[in-house]
Ligand binder design. Sequence first.
Ligand SMILES: [Zn+2]
Length: 143
Amino acid sequence: MVKTLRFKGDAMKMLCPCKSQKPYEECCKSYHYGMNPPNALLLMRSRYSAYALALADYIIKTTHPSHPEHTKKLWDWREDILHFSQETEFIDLEILDFYHQDATAFVTFTASLKQQGKDASFTEKSCFEKIENMWLYKSAEFL
Ligand SMILES: [Zn+2]
């Protein structure tokens, strides 16, 4: 009984996988459960944590319709995301730059990742576009 309670407490205090140092409950969770992130930076963070939590549908939902991934069959795309999530350790996320206008935004970040024990980190400048009040991940430039 006591153990169960303590476990629940720990689960609620789980730090968000986007590395904000905030509890998941107070960070990306509301976005994963349907709220629109108010800016592209929060969307970017919530996509990182969605990858870490293998929330493939969230990744798909927040990808811009013009992104090449949309040409894949939905089933294959989901499988690719889940495979990536399972194969990857999400070690850190560092935001290097954030620039936004009304409906366009750029986030430059370094994602520290490991795959099969090897470093798979990368630095990317992501482009986002707001469509019907929802920020979407549009394209990326690897730096
Ligand atoms: Zn978060």
